[in-house]
Every structure is written in structure tokens, then in C-alpha cells.
Design a protein around this ligand. Structure first.
Ligand code: ZN
Length: 111
């Protein structure tokens, strides 16, 4: 891991992560009504189509690449409810090789 690899750098603080959520929400044209961080036992995040995004606080300690993956994954569910073809092609369009991030994520366990 090097200093020039921004994707693997961690988040400075919660405010920075929160700002990144707003950037993606704007880009993906999702209107968020509520964003909360809380301890979650079995998942990294959840999204309700009423615009509520809930994130596992543990994401704050992981690198940006993983944070961006989780944000985009959830926000795409605003318009695509499943993980089908459309969702996959949008993930690739926004994140590139997102599957390698899923592999990294699957190796981490939600505590
Ligand atoms: Zn999903």
C-alpha cells in the first residue's frame, strides 16, 4: 500500500465519509432523506427506497475503496432493487472492477 494509492487510503473522519456519500447521491441522482451510522452485526449497510441509508460504523475504519463500493452498491438500489444485469453494468460503469472489491469485502468479517 502506498500513499499515492488513494483507493486504499482510510477516511480522515466521519465527515469526510459523509461528504463522499453526498457526492455519490448527487452523481446518481438519489435523494437521501436520512443517513445514519450504527453498529451492525450482519451487514455493511442497508438502504430503504424512502431514502434512508444506514451504514455500519466499521466502514469508517476501512479504506476508501470499500467505502465507495458500499455507498454505490446501496444507492443503486434506489432505482435497481436487485443485483441483476443492470445493477452490475452500473457498478462497473461507476467503480470499474468492483468484483475485486467484493472479494476483498468477503474476506473481512462484520464484527
Ligand atoms: Zn445489494
Amino acid at each position: 500500500m502506498t500513499a499515492t494509492n488513494h483507493g486504499l487510503e482510510g477516511w480522515r473522519d466521519k465527515a469526510e465519509f459523509r461528504a463522499q456519500i453526498d457526492v455519490w447521491a448527487q452523481k446518481l441522482d438519489v435523494e437521501l432523506t436520512r443517513v445514519t451510522f450504527r453498529e451492525m452485526r450482519t451487514k455493511w449497510a442497508s438502504y430503504s427506497t424512502k431514502g434512508t441509508l444506514t451504514l455500519n460504523t466499521e466502514l469508517l475504519d476501512l479504506d476508501r475503496e470499500i467505502g465507495n463500493y458500499v455507498i454505490v452498491h446501496e444507492l443503486l438500489h434506489d432505482s435497481v432493487p436487485n443485483h441483476g444485469r443492470l445493477w452490475k453494468s452500473l457498478m462497473t460503469a461507476y467503480l470499474g472492477d468492483y468484483q475485486q472489491i467484493e472479494v476483498r469485502l468477503s474476506r473481512l468479517t462484520v464484527r
